[in-house]
Design a protein around this ligand. Structure first.
Ligand code: HEC
Length: 96
């Protein structure tokens, strides 16, 4: 009896873990989106790579402008106009 309950729990647990895509596949998909490279270079200078679903597409330019201010204050590498556009493009695709 105890074993049956344990097996059931394990089955539920394992099937729960199985849901959703493989994280490696997810990452590979993101890496193909234009602007990922630039976002990775600039946005991980201070913290981990932000999740694009954190903001609505329309809110990203404002967030990035704020981040550029922090980059200047902290004397970090600031993106060029082209790099900035690429970064905004990446976050706006909401790749999740
Ligand atoms: C110079 C350091 C620095 C860099 C580079 C940087 N950030 Fe940040 N970021 C911060 C700090 C400090 C905070 C927390 C304070 C705040 O939110 O203003 C933060 C918070 C955030 C947040 C959470 C707050 C919110 O508004 O949702 C997001 C999202 C974010 N950063 C996105 C980015 C993106 C996108 C880039 C690349 C363009 C970037 N950051 C680059 C320092 C940085």
């Amino acid at each position: 009896m105890k074993v049956t309950v344990l097996v059931m729990f394990l089955a539920i647990f394992i099937s729960g873990c199985d849901k959703g895509a493989d994280p490696r596949e997810e990452l590979a998909k993101r890496q193909k989106i234009p602007g990922y490279r630039e976002a990775r270079i600039f946005c991980t200078q201070c913290h981990r790579m932000p999740d694009a679903v954190q903001h609505e597409p329309a809110a990203w330019p404002g967030v990035i402008t704020r981040m550029e201010g922090i980059m200047q204050t902290n004397k970090r590498k600031v993106p060029t106009v082209e790099e900035r556009e690429a970064i905004i493009g990446y976050f706006k695709t909401n790749p999740n």
